[in-house]
Design a binder for this molecule. Structure first.
Ligand SMILES: NC(=O)c1ccc[n+]([C@@H]2O[C@H](COP(=O)([O-])OP(=O)(O)OC[C@H]3O[C@@H](n4cnc5c(N)ncnc54)[C@H](OP(=O)(O)O)[C@@H]3O)[C@@H](O)[C@H]2O)c1
Length: 254
């Protein structure tokens, strides 16, 4: 059997497509023929580089996902610019350091910001996507959670782990509730991936810490995640709806 994936005609919104995992996913989707709305926040240059490589099949949309209004606007802008939507990729996220020693108001601020970007924003986008997909013949949601959702994280990143756990149960609820309307929802749960976010952890704890438990000879790269997103977007794996795909080089098996 030969398996070829052609995403021509698929309209996809990828949040956080300016760098790291989101950029690798966006580039893989574009390589497979999809039309992609490349979302960015501060790093317009990174998103612009992707757009420059696929000028005919990509568009750029900036939005700060810590604000609900911007998040909602992003969805409507993407829907209008793409003239519809087939797949939503919730990738953008932050890992805010928040040791217990922080003053309560600083700790609470880090908690609120983490929940806004990592949990509320993908929930708002998913809600709008479900409503759109249910009235438009179906669609797919791919949300990037984390290994931290299942094993927890260090004391410095408790909000991060909680936000990633929250989006798992939210996304599974979508898969359970709206499958009959054609909505499929999947989760990716990476371990450490070599990006700016992982670099922050490397700076804090050292390279040995991020390699701990990894059973392959090198740290996972964003390009190691992207093909799975292409497969899920294609529809070839729809009966895996509700699943979480672990991508952590066997560092955590649950
Ligand atoms: N790297 C890892 O080890 C790892 C492990 C497990 C899960 N993950 C998850 O994978 C996803 C991508 O992580 P990454 O490692 O690629 O991170 P990254 O390199 O730090 O990139 C983060 C992305 O999120 C966007 N973003 C951040 N804050 C935003 C905001 N307020 N509004 C809108 N967009 C915002 C950034 O946009 P701009 O650059 O334009 O500002 C950027 O595109 C995240 O959900 C993360 O939790 C990462």
């Amino acid at each position: 059997m030969s398996l070829q994936i052609d995403l021509a005609g698929k309209r996809i919104l990828v949040t956080g497509a300016s760098r790291g995992i989101g950029r690798a996913i966006a580039e893989a989707l574009l390589s497979a023929g999809a039309t992609v709305a490349l979302h960015y926040n501060r790093n317009a240059d990174g998103a612009q580089q992707v757009h420059a490589a696929w000028p005919e099949t990509s568009i750029l949309i900036g939005a700060d996902l810590s604000h609900s209004n911007s998040t909602t606007q992003l969805f409507h802008d993407a829907l209008r610019a793409l003239d519809g939507l087939d797949v939503l990729v919730n990738n953008a996220g932050i890992a805010a350091e928040m040791p217990l020693s922080l003053e309560t108001d600083q700790w609470e601020h880090a908690w609120d910001l983490t929940m806004a970007v990592n949990l509320k924003a993908p929930a708002l986008l998913s809600r709008l996507a479900v409503k759109h997909f249910a009235g438009d013949g179906g669609g797919r949601i791919i949300t990037v959670s984390s290994r931290a959702a299942f094993r927890g994280d260090t004391a410095d990143y408790m909000a991060y782990a909680a936000s990633k756990g929250g989006i798992v149960s939210f996304t599974r609820s979508i898969a359970r509730s709206f499958g009959r309307e054609g909505v499929k929802a999947f989760l990716l749960a990476p371990g450490f991936i070599r990006t700016d976010m992982a670099q922050d952890a490397i700076d804090l704890y050292g390279e040995d810490y991020v390699m701990e438990g990894i059973r392959l000879p090198r740290l996972t790269e964003p390009q190691d995640i992207a093909p799975i997103a292409v497969l899920l977007a294609s529809g070839l794996a729809d009966h895996a709806t509700g699943c979480t795909i672990d991508i952590n080089a066997a560092s955590y098996v649950h």
